[in-house]
Design a protein around this ligand. Structure first.
Ligand code: LAN
Length: 732
């Protein structure tokens, strides 16, 4: 018997849904803890002590590197195996599915909201969700912010409550241990503000202990820098339902379970907590960003306003917020922009229209889009998947090799790229602050639909690469107008500093960051220009201009030039680039080097010189960080500390470093050859690579899984080696 017998992934236009058959229910005995343990004991097993990162084994067989005695295959053979294996994972609709878990506060958020809505999750789901939380508990009894993180109050408090809501009894030894962790680290009142919020809606925290989240801010005139339409769309879309629920002080009815949890979580007694004094209390293990004095001052003013109790204004604000929530639901087909506003919007709909409303049903139906099954259990993904992003990168990697084996896979991924471009403007676009969408590509699926700068760029680039693939030219087509629309959108996204942000142009001043209320996340208040997003846009513009030199030539050239100058300005003194969305300097530096290399023909002499110097410098900086085994490795804490923290060699980071070196004017042969050899040694005989450490990140502190990176980037590096004539070798 295996863990995944009776489970299957269904996919339609990128939508991913895991379903179980009735036979699965027959394998369960009905006692939650027994079922959890029995399921976790089945193959393939997961052991957090050995490797906290699951290897997406519901889709893939085990991938251990071959024993050292085994002969390393030739480059050609390694590529062939790698392409055939990775190709076998592609879905019929053309996308590559994969685990997009990592953060540990998302699934409890879903469970808490389901509890508040009295929405009963089917028993098999509850078993596998509880299994995930059990599997991801740290030895000290707590849970981290993400799967590789040491324990935090946010992680621990959220899982504790969620496991209880799923049906674990308080005397369970794992929960006893968790309670000890909580009490030894300042108690549950030290949970960061987002945790306080989830507890408050569940009736497990008093609203007086929560800093104001005024929905009235939406009524400010648009020109005010603090108007929430100016903040980063993810912060905005989370603040929206938070403000709505806070404004109504929505609290789920107190049940027996709430009473019990209050006793378990507050040894001092729930009613004895000095709520006003715990507003800023935050466990040191969670604290990354300390709320500023100016924010505290603003909170004091807002509390004074709150006491005025202007009912009509409050109602007006709530009405606006709810219409906005409805618009976001409609625009994204109830998927919503991310996993946090997904469940908070669902709760807002429940609080307003009730459980029988059509809107609530649509929400419930879309919960499954966020769930992912792996050997560590059923988790909530960080998005409704990374379908488009992985498919665009995979296509570019496969196309780079020019390998004939890649043809059928490229054909199918073209289909996915074709069907997921946005071709219609979203309803209510202007009223609810959306940048235009037409021509863009989203990160996941068309149904989600929020276009992103770099997803648009990578998808456009992938389309061009496939259209130019030798044996495919002439057999596939996309109307040029659609490519023009993508280019128009990319150009419209460019910031004044020459860079590109994520979903929108930067809308607010940098000092807004001082008002960041989250102790856990940093750099969330505005949409900054990023090296990675800028690089993707520059590269796509370069590739497009080569294919369609007549279209908006002058605009494109100017945009590329400005973009390159932005990227040059982002290098750190050592000559490396910080990665904001991948771990870490190898990621940022690979992106920067791609842009500098591809933009070369578009640069003025002066900037070209600067770009060459920067490439030489990064080459040196990477070479000194190459490890004796030929690989490169950075720990995720590089993202938090903003300096390179070494780790054992990682295939994904090695591929980034090797490709960055390939992009330099005088590629260092020996370093590249040894890096390639490392990648080939690490490949399993059936063509997969092992899952090593987590490779994605957001908001500086929270890591996120990209399960397909272990295939995409080694394949890309090997593919380029084949095309560009680099020969892997162990000792040079
Ligand atoms: C993502 C996923 C994709 C990612 C890239 C396209 C890779 C990047 O280049 C730009 C930023 C972006 C779009 C991104 C931003 C932050 C996201 C949306 C995520 C990492 C996925 C999950 C995360 C979101 C904020 C998680 C929800 C948590 C909150 C704190 C709101």
């Amino acid at each position: 018997m295996g863990k995944f017998d009776h489970w299957r992934l269904f996919s339609d236009s990128g939508r991913q849904v895991w379903e179980w058959t009735a036979d699965f229910e027959k394998t369960l005995c009905g006692d939650l803890r027994t079922d959890v343990e029995a399921w976790l004991a089945q193959e393939p097993q997961f052991n957090k002590r050995i490797q906290p990162h699951p290897a997406d084994r519901a889709l893939r067989p085990a991938a251990e590197p071959p024993p050292p005695s085994e002969r390393v295959p030739t480059l050609e053979e390694a590529l062939r195996r790698g392409i055939c294996f990775f190709g076998s994972l592609q879905c019929d609709d053309g996308h590559w599915p994969g685990d997009y878990g990592g953060p540990l506060f998302l699934l409890p958020g879903l469970v808490i909201v389901a509890h508040c809505c009295q929405f009963s999750l089917p028993y098999p789901m509850r078993v596998l969700m509880a299994a995930y939380m059990v599997a991801q508990q740290n030895d000290d009894g707590g849970w981290g912010l993400h799967i590789e993180s040491p324990s935090t109050m946010f992680g621990t408090g959220m899982q504790y409550v969620a496991l209880r809501m799923l049906g674990f009894p308080p005397e369970d030894p794992r929960l006893q241990k968790a309670r000890r962790w909580i009490n030894a680290h300042g108690g549950i009142t030290a949970i960061p503000s987002w945790g306080k919020f989830y507890l408050a809606v569940a009736g497990l925290f008093d609203w007086r202990g929560i800093n104001p989240l005024l929905p009235e801010l939406w009524l400010l005139p648009r020109w005010v820098p603090l108007h929430p339409a100016r903040i980063w769309c993810h912060a905005r879309m989370v603040y929206l339902p938070m403000g709505y629920l806070y404004g109504r002080r929505f609290t789920a009815p107190v049940t027996e379970l709430t009473e019990a949890l209050r006793e378990e979580l507050y040894p001092q007694g729930f009613h004895n907590v000095p709520w006003r004094r715990v507003r800023y209390q935050c466990c040191p293990a969670d604290l990354y960003h300390t709320p500023s004095l100016i924010l505290k001052l603003a909170n004091t003013l807002m509390r004074a306003y709150e006491r005025l109790c202007l009912k009509r204004l409050r109602q007006k604000a709530l009405d606006f917020a709810y219409r906005y929530i409805q618009a976001e639901d409609l625009q994204t087909q109830w998927i919503d922009i991310g996993p946090v506003n997904k469940v908070l919007n669902m709760l807002s709909v429940y609080a307003t229209e009730g459980p029988d409303s059509e809107a609530f049903q649509r929400h419930a139906e879309r919960l499954r889009d966020y769930l992912w099954l792996a050997e560590d259990g059923l988790k909530m993904n960080g998005y409704n998947g990374s379908q488009l992003w992985d498919t665009a990168f995979a296509s570019r990697a496969l196309a780079a090799s020019k390998h004939p084996e890649a043809v059928p896979f490229l054909r199918r991924s073209f289909h996915y790229l074709d069907l997921s471009q946005v071709q219609q403007e979203v309803p209510l676009q202007k009223e609810f602050f959306r940048h235009p969408s037409v021509g863009g590509w989203p990160f996941s699926t068309l149904a989600h639909g929020w276009p992103i700068t770099d997803c648009t760029a990578e998808a456009l680039h992938a389309v061009l690469a496939i259209l130019q693939f030798p044996s495919l030219t002439g057999t596939l087509a996309l109307p040029p107008e659609r490519l023009y629309q993508a280019v128009d959108l990319i150009l419209s996204f460019q910031n004044r500093d020459g860079g590109w942000a994520t979903y929108e142009r930067t809308r607010g001043p940098r000092w807004l960051e001082r008002f960041n209320p989250s102790e856990v996340f940093s750099a969330i208040m505005i949409d900054y220009s990023y090296t990675e997003c800028s690089s993707s846009c520059i590269q796509a513009l370069c590739a497009f201009h080569r294919a369609f030199p007549a279209y908006r030539s002058a605009d494109i050239r100017r945009a590329i030039h400005r973009g390159v100058r932005f990227i040059l300005g982002q290098a750190n003194p050592e000559g490396l680039w910080y990665g904001s969305w991948g771990v870490c300097f190898t990621y940022g530096t690979w992106f920067a080097s791609q842009a500098l290399r591809q933009a070369d023909p578009f640069l003025t002499e002066k900037v070209r010189q600067q770009a060459h110097l920067a490439l030489e410098k990064l080459s040196q900086a990477l070479q000194v960080r190459q490890q004796p085994d030929g690989g490169w490795g950075e720990h995720y804490s590089s993202c938090l500390q903003r300096t390179w923290v070494p780790a054992t060699s990682q295939v994904v980071q090695t591929a980034w470093a090797v490709m960055a070196l390939m992009n330099t004017p005088r590629p260092p042969q020996s370093a590249i050859q040894r890096g390639l050899h490392f990648l080939m040694r690490m490949q399993a005989p059936h063509g997969d690579w092992p899952q090593q450490n987590i490779s994605g990140v957001f908001n500086k502190t929270c890591m996120i899984t990209y399960a397909n990176y272990r295939n995409i980037f080694p394949l890309w590096a090997l593919g380029r080696a084949r095309q560009e004539g680099f020969i892997p070798s162990e000792s040079v």
